[in-house]
Design a protein around this ligand. Structure first.
Ligand SMILES: [Zn+2]
Length: 220
């Protein structure tokens, strides 16, 4: 099975879905990661983008993904681009990888880049013709999804869970490849918080650790 993860910034490709990526890899699935924005110019010096890509490549190796690609769009400016520009870039990736399963951002995130990428992915994966992805799952992004408006329409209400008890340690090792993105406890991007969040989702499905998703579409 071919799996494609489409994320906005370096580390978004694993914060909500890293344990699931490692499970796909362990089961022999072909996993590709695509990061749309360089994740650096809004916060760091331009050369930080290169360091983030190195972090991303290390993290992808830890998770067992086949490759990671950086589209290099400008950080925190995706909503300043015509949506068609982002859609075309995402469509080209979806055509090239022809995934069976796609993971992307939930629409309710406080980060606008996340919303733009999610919207572009939904357009690029629309069910037209024979060869469209059979499943699209929306992941949460700790330090964005839970910080959104107190609006039920933005709420992350998962209805698909993946047992990541066997892969959580690798997810945390992968996140440790991003020292500039890690924060101390109790920040949601601390290793302790990622572990306790996985434990919380695990409680909901009677497992030690889980990741949670919203099903955008499943076709069988
Ligand atoms: Zn992000």
């Amino acid at each position: 099975m071919r799996v494609l993860v489409l994320a906005s910034h370096p580390d978004d490709e694993l914060l909500g879905v890293g344990g699931t990526i490692a499970r796909h890899a362990d089961e022999g699935d072909d996993v590709s990661l695509v990061v749309c924005s360089e994740g650096a110019t809004a916060r760091y010096e331009p050369e930080a983008a290169t360091a983030l890509q190195d972090s991303g490549r290390q993290a992808a190796r830890v998770l067992g993904a086949r490759n990671i690609r950086f589209l290099g769009m400008r950080d925190q400016h995706l909503d300043a681009l015509p949506i068609l520009t982002v859609i075309r870039a995402v469509e080209a990736v979806v055509r090239e990888f022809a995934p069976d399963v796609v993971y992307t951002h939930h629409w309710g995130d406080v980060n606008r880049d996340h919303k733009v990428v999610g919207e572009a992915v939904m357009v690029a994966c629309r069910p037209v013709g024979e060869n469209y992805p059979r499943a699209v799952y929306l992941f949460e992004t700790p330090s964005s999804t839970e910080w959104s408006w107190p609006d039920p329409a933005s709420a992350f209400v998962p209805n698909h869970f993946v047992d990541v008890s066997s892969t959580l340690e690798r997810k945390l090792q992968a996140m440790a490849c991003y020292p500039t993105e890690l924060r101390p406890e109790p920040h949601p991007r601390s290793l302790a918080a990622l572990r306790s969040r996985a434990a919380y989702w695990g409680q909901i499905i009677g497992r030690a650790h889980a990741e949670a998703f919203v099903v955008a579409r499943q076709v069988r």
